[in-house]
Write a protein that binds this ligand. Structure first.
Ligand code: NDP
Ligand code: OXD
Length: 314
């Protein structure tokens, strides 16, 4: 490829996560023009952006931007830019390994609580031989919010472990588990979910949707696993419901503010486990290949892989 003919790509190195994708892109496509800062007040040569977050003020300096590709599964960090022109196509990363990593993480959190791992660790530390009752997964319902490329793999894994699994989606379709659809079936879905796994995208509709009123609908003693985006849950409402004993606890991997501030009451809470947004990550190779394929498709006017529907935000 002649360098003067290749597209020019801007990567915003906002984290190590993006930096490793930058290095992989450079080594897989050495002739591609990739910059990490806009050269000058504006750069009319940049046609594609590859990033996790798009701060305000960048898009207007790229007058010929046509593609904004997320290096992650969620494109919310790009869609939230207030000045991204409506004609720019947005894509996100989809790859099979991501569903498996997420299924490992979610089942780890559910089983840790369901099989009382913290108590076993305490007993171990105290040299205490005390047999615990073995709970029956077939009597326990896990509700998976969002049955997309990741949620469907998580749901299948939980079924394989013997749990009753139900799911909640925005639109109706065929599914391997009982499906509840839209706002009209949300309360019925929540009322059955002893474990609630949030795998929704962060959109104007889902933002703040797990508030006190919704979380209160869960059966008493329920447990929340949020691996989607922090802003979907109203954090103060969650904390009150755990402190009041309505919820047994939560495993939280994502937060409204990341990194989670040191003074957050979630840290060290005995019924809450905080992890630093590490539930799953798209594998570098497939994501970089998908981006290169989309550059090719863009140049040839073909439909893009994993394009986000900007009218619904995912
Ligand atoms: P998808 O876009 O494939 O699936 C989204 C699912 O959510 C779909 O089933 C969709 O319904 C449903 N949904 C969307 N909006 C609503 C709504 N308003 N009401 C009910 N259901 C709704 O997403 P993925 O499975 O690929 O990823 C899910 C999320 O996981 C990502 O957006 C990201 O935020 C998060 N993530 C977190 C990671 C971490 O490390 N913590 C790593 C990777 C991803 P329908 O089927 O009807 O369209
Ligand atoms: C993602 C994430 O969206 O890491 O890929 O959260």
């Amino acid at each position: 490829m002649q360098s003067h003919l290749s597209p020019k790509v801007l990567m915003l190195l906002t984290s190590d996560f993006v930096k490793s994708r930058y290095e992989a892109l450079r080594s897989r496509a050495p002739d591609l023009r990739v910059i990490t800062e806009i050269e000058g007040a504006s750069d009319p040569d940049v046609t594609a952006l590859f990033a996790f977050k798009l701060p305000a003020g960048i898009a207007p300096r790229l007058p010929n931007l046509r593609l904004a590709a997320s290096v992650g599964a969620g494109a919310d960090g790009i869609l939230s830019a207030p000045d991204l022109p409506p004609h720019v196509k947005v894509t996100r990363a989809v790859e099979p390994g991501l569903g498996f990593s997420m299924a490992q993480f979610v089942t780890l959190q559910i089983l840790r609580h369901f099989r009382s791992l913290p108590l076993m660790e305490q007993q171990h530390a105290a040299s205490e031989w005390k047999r615990l009752a073995v709970p029956d997964a077939s009597q326990v319902t896990v509700g998976v919010m969002g049955l997309g490329s990741i949620g469907s793999v998580v749901a299948d894994s939980l079924v394989a472990l013997g749990f009753k699994v139900i799911a909640w989606t925005r639109t109706s379709r065929d599914a391997r588990v009982p499906l509840f659809v839209g706002e009209r079936q949300k309360d019925e879905f929540l009322a059955q979910s002893k474990y609630l796994v949030c795998l929704l995208p962060f959109t104007p509709e889902t933002k703040g949707s797990l508030d006190r009123a919704s979380l209160r609908k869960l059966p008493k003693g329920s447990f929340l696993v949020n691996v989607a985006r922090g802003g979907i849950v109203v954090e103060g409402d969650l904390l009150s419901l755990v402190n009041e004993g309505h919820l047994a606890g939560a495993a939280l991997d994502v937060f409204a503010t990341e990194p989670l501030p040191g003074d957050s009451p979630f840290w060290r809470h005995e019924h809450i486990l905080v992890t630093p947004h590490i539930a799953a990550q798209p594998t570098v190779g497939p994501v970089v290949n998908q981006f290169l394929e989309n550059l090719r498709r863009l140049a040839q006017g073909q439909p893009l892989l994993n394009e986000v529907d900007r009218s619904v935000g995912y």
